[in-house]
Design a protein around this ligand. Structure first.
Ligand code: DGY
Length: 322
């Protein structure tokens, strides 16, 4: 029997590629650079399964019929780069990789919280530039996380894991706003208290961490007006999607001292970063590292494999999102 033809749009960890190559007629994007619209559209006519990542824009143009592809096995939890309406209209199944990247991403949120609180980026730049003249009682004084209030916008798996770390590891008070209130046992276990609106949450927090999905419904959720509700000593962390924050408005607020700092792992137009953010000392910028541990990236790949296996065996894929 012919094995299904599967395309990985980027290179994946070697052990996952080997696993998939043993089961499928596997093609990898050897160049390991994002594929253009035309190449993705062509791939949809050639492969039974395409496994995209956040760097692929799968829109109606890419999914123009006739299509051979039947499943998009996304390598990642966020699927806002896939037009789900177009995928549905084309009769495609879409899957993602939840759970396996929760801890790694919550760790990056904590990394950013600590880095912006303790001015770690500034300190490292100073030292590497040869400008460190030795210990000094008032040099690079930051703030502590302990006893401070962390606000979370969105309260899914990654936000809850961040809340646990911040509450139980760092003694922070946790407030959250999400689409709906979490069950009482989740609130009790994470130490998080619900706030009815984003507007009510913002003035209360010392630190804010973003955990919403991307896409049209959350685009510029934090715009200039909402950013102005944060207190001047507040610091923002974003490990979700860059489009949730208006980057130009954020750069203005940081440059004008209306906000104390920001730690970003995601950007509005990756891999571009707003040029004014690059110039600010009170900003920590990471290159979308949320899920970037060996353990997590292997687990993500194996999760895609499990979804493909289920689909091609005629079962419902466990992580179907469309
Ligand atoms: C995710 O899983 O959504 C990460 O941001 C990488 O795409």
């Amino acid at each position: 029997m012919m094995r299904p033809r599967v395309l990985l749009t980027r290179r994946w960890p070697a052990e996952v590629e080997a696993h998939l190559a043993g089961l499928y007629d596997l093609t990898r994007n050897e160049a390991d650079v994002p594929m253009c619209t035309e190449d993705l559209a062509e791939a949809c006519r050639v492969y039974d399964a395409i496994c995209p990542t956040v760097t692929d824009r799968i829109d109606a143009k890419v999914l123009a019929r006739p299509l051979r592809v039947r499943i998009l096995g996304n390598f990642g939890v966020g699927t806002n780069h896939i037009d789900s309406e177009a995928a549905k209209a084309a009769g495609l199944v879409v899957t993602n990789t939840p759970d396996v990247l929760t801890d790694a991403t919550a760790d990056i949120a904590m990394t950013l919280l600590l880095m912006i609180a303790r001015r770690a980026g500034e300190g490292e730049r100073l030292l590497r530039a040869g400008r460190w003249e030795g210990w000094n009682p008032t040099q690079l004084m930051g703030g502590q996380l302990s006893g401070k209030t962390l606000g979370l916008i969105g309260f899914g798996r990654i936000a809850q894991a961040t809340a646990r770390r911040a509450a139980h590891g760092f003694g922070m008070r946790i407030l959250y706003h999400g689409r709906r209130r979490a069950p009482a046992e989740v609130e009790a276990e994470t130490g998080a208290a619900y706030v009815e609106t984003v507007e009510a949450l913002l003035p209360e927090v010392d630190f804010l961490s973003i955990h919403t999905p991307g896409g049209a419904t959350t685009h510029h959720l934090l715009d200039a007006q909402r950013l102005s509700l944060l207190r001047p000593h507040a610091r923002i962390v974003n490990t979700a999607r860059g489009t949730v924050i208006d980057e130009a408005a954020l750069a203005d607020a940081l440059a004008q001292g209306r906000l104390a700092g920001a730690g970003l792992d995601v950007y509005e137009a990756e891999p571009q970063v707003h040029p004014r953010l690059l110039d600010l000392e009170n900003v920590v910028l990471l290159p979308h590292l949320g899920s970037a541990t060996v353990e997590t990236r292997v687990a993500m790949g194996m999760r895609v494999a499990a979804n493909l296996d289920a689909f091609f065996e005629g079962r419902n894929p466990p992580d179907r999102v469309a």
